[in-house]
Ligand binder design. Structure first.
Ligand code: KG4
Ligand code: ZN
Length: 337
């Protein structure tokens, strides 16, 4: 079985091919960072227009790179939300058109659930070790991206239970704003990550642990960072590295503490760390170091948005016959946990 996954929910145009054992055959991710960077954030109208320009080439290239033919595709998965509506429409309609022309079913996949399934993709990770697949449930999943910070308990491939979520900003958004305050590029998370690695020093800085709840809050930490960075003006390279380290440590402390607490409380067998912010080097290290249970983290390229995670969701769920050939995009839309 060959599954094509298409992802256009935000500013990455991506498509991937995965086989029935969840081996990644090819993966193309076209980033729009250069287009949005001068604006300091994503401009939805520009994003959707760029998807229209990119999508044909992305699909052609992913098929060519895998050595397969279009006709070999058995199922098509496409992100159908949440995301920027103009961007989603490009991927969804492309997938529907392809499905009709190939007479193959098209499955609409929830973007956040897809992020979790990046952890099931069998590919060597960046350390060169073959990735271990998390089959023991329940798992505590931290989905941490530019738009979401959710703690979700996974009881089987299909049973998601929302345990906690941010009450205001997402952690990725907080990283992006902190970067902007320091005059770093967009997206800011990878820039803060790089600058933080140059410093071992940090300022005194608060953490919002929000006791007695599994929810998160990052808006207060953003304001605290605004005040701190203003008090350090003018910013030198050295101060930027120290500020980046300070902010990154604070966000990572909150994310790791709350995820590990929830994983223990709900008797989980492991932790899945995923979403764009899961590419953060310090978060990856700290989650593994502090937790006593296995931690599954996709390789960095599969943490940020990609089509492989969409295809992986379809492969894992089709194994359990939850997706049958009668399903079509609207039948299998899963927009809530
Ligand atoms: O999952 P994703 O690609 O898109 C959404 O679904 O939102 O996540 C993008 C977010 C951005 O906020 C970006 O700054 C953040 O992930 N990010 C990082 C790193 N790489 C990406 N944040 C911290 N450290 C990183 N290395
Ligand atoms: Zn995402």
């Amino acid at each position: 079985m060959l599954v094509l996954g298409i992802e256009t929910s935000c500013d990455e145009t991506s498509a991937s091919l995965i086989d029935e054992k969840n081996h990644l055959l090819s993966n193309i991710i076209v980033s729009q960072n250069k287009i949005h960077s001068p604006h300091g954030g994503i401009i939805p109208e520009l994003a959707s227009r760029q998807h229209i320009l990119n999508i044909n080439n992305v699909i052609d290239n992913v098929i060519e790179k895998s050595g397969a033919k279009l006709d070999d595709i058995d199922l098509i998965g496409v992100t159908n939300g949440p995301g920027l509506i103009g961007s989603l429409i490009v991927g969804v309609n492309y997938a529907k058109g392809l499905g009709v022309s190939l007479s193959k079913p098209v499955i609409g996949v929830n973007h956040l659930k897809a992020h979790v399934f990046a952890a099931w993709i069998k590919k060597d990770n960046e350390t060169g070790k073959t990735y271990e697949v998390p089959y023991e449930f329940p798992l505590m999943c931290l989905i941490v991206s530019g738009g979401h910070t959710d703690l979700v308990k996974l009881d089987s491939n299909f049973q998601f239970e929302l345990i906690g979520r941010t009450r205001d900003d997402a952690a990725g958004e907080a990283f992006d704003k902190a970067a902007r305050l320091m005059g770093l590029g967009f997206p800011g998370g990878p820039e803060v990550d790089k600058k933080a690695s140059l410093s071992h020093d940090s300022y005194k800085f608060p953490r919002a642990y929000m006791n007695n709840t599994h929810d998160f809050s990052f808006s207060g930490m953003k304001t605290a960072f605004l005040n701190l960075s203003n008090s350090e003006l003018p910013l030198t390279d050295e101060k930027i590295s120290k500020l980046s380290n300070t902010f990154q440590e604070a966000i990572v402390d909150v994310l790791t503490k709350k995820t590990i607490e929830a994983s223990i409380k709900f008797n989980c067998k492991g932790i899945v760390l995923t979403g764009g912010v899961a590419a953060n080097s310090w978060l990856r290290e700290e989650m593994v170091r502090k937790s006593n249970m296995p931690v599954f983290i996709p390789e960095k390229k599969l943490c940020t948005d990609n089509g492989a995670m969409v295809a992986s969701f379809v492969v894992e769920n089709s194994r359990s016959n939850l997706i049958n050939k009668e399903d079509n995009l609207n039948v299998y839309s899963v927009l809530n946990y």
